[in-house]
Design a protein around this ligand. Structure first.
Ligand code: MG
Ligand code: ZN
Length: 204
C-alpha cells in the first residue's frame, strides 16, 4: 500500500537559514530535526527533502557542495536515530548562469517536479501527504503538487507570516513554530483526516 510522505524544505525548515550555504561550515541542522524525522520514521511516514539550490546555477558553489552538505545532514540525523528516505534538489535557475544549470526546469519550487518524481520513485500517496516549508513558495508548491501545506515560523517563516501573508492567495492548512511541531500535528491524525475548514486555520 502506498504510504504518505512529508516533503521537507531544507534551509529555514530542517536547518538554519543562513543565506547561500557555500561551505559546509555554514550548515547548521536545527537541534530538534533528528527527533522530528525519527518520529516520522516510527510512524511509517516517508520523509523526503526537497530543496532549491540555485547557488549552483548562480556560480556560488559547485554541485558537489550540495552533496557535502547533505552528508552532514544525513550524519547528524543518523546520530539522532533518524533517516530521510530521499533527498531531491533543483540546482537550476531560469535566467542566471550557464548551461546546463540555466534552464527553465520543471523542478524549481514552486513547480512540483521534485515531488512528482519522488512520488513515482518511492510509491507515495500524495493525497495523504504534506509539504512543510518556511516560504510562501513552499505553500504554492504544495498546492501545485496536490499536497497539504504546513508553514513553519522558523527561518524566513515568521517574517513572511507577519509581513507577507496579506498578499498570499493560498493559505497553508497548518501553521507551526517548527518542523517538530509540524510532525506532531500531522502524525497524530487518523487515515480519515479531512481538510480543515476555514475555522480550523490556526492563526497567531
Ligand atoms: Mg526554506
Ligand atoms: Zn530544476
Amino acid at each position: 500500500m502506498k504510504r504518505p510522505a512529508l516533503f521537507i524544505d531544507r534551509d529555514g525548515t530542517i536547518s538554519e537559514e543562513v543565506g547561500y550555504v557555500n561551505h559546509p561550515s555554514r550548515y547548521k541542522v536545527f537541534p530538534y530535526s533528528a527527533e522530528a524525522i525519527r518520529r516520522l520514521n516510527k510512524a511509517g511516514w516517508i520523509s523526503v527533502l526537497v530543496t532549491n539550490q540555485a547557488g549552483v546555477a548562480r556560480g556560488y558553489f559547485a554541485e558537489d557542495m550540495i552533496g557535502a552538505v547533505h552528508e552532514i545532514l544525513t550524519r547528524e540525523l543518523a546520530e539522532g536515530g533518524a533517516r530521510l528516505d530521499a533527498i531531491y534538489y533543483c540546482p537550476h535557475h531560469p535566467s542566471v548562469g550557464a548551461e546546463p544549470y540555466r534552464t527553465d526546469c520543471d523542478c524549481r519550487k514552486p513547480k512540483p517536479g521534485l515531488v512528482l518524481r519522488a512520488a513515482q520513485e518511492l510509491d507515495i500517496d500524495l493525497t495523504r501527504s504534506w509539504m512543510v516549508g518556511d516560504r510562501y513558495s513552499d505553500v504554492e508548491m504544495a498546492h501545485n503538487a496536490g499536497l497539504r501545506a504546513a508553514f513553519v515560523l522558523s527561518g524566513y517563516g515568521r517574517g513572511e507570516w507577519e509581513y507577507g501573508r496579506a498578499r498570499w492567495k493560498l493559505k497553508p492548512e497548518l501553521v507551526a513554530e517548527t518542523l517538530l511541531e509540524t510532525v506532531g500535528a500531522i502524525t497524530g491524525e487518523s487515515d480519515s483526516w479531512e481538510k480543515p475548514s476555514e475555522g480550523n486555520f490556526k492563526t497567531r
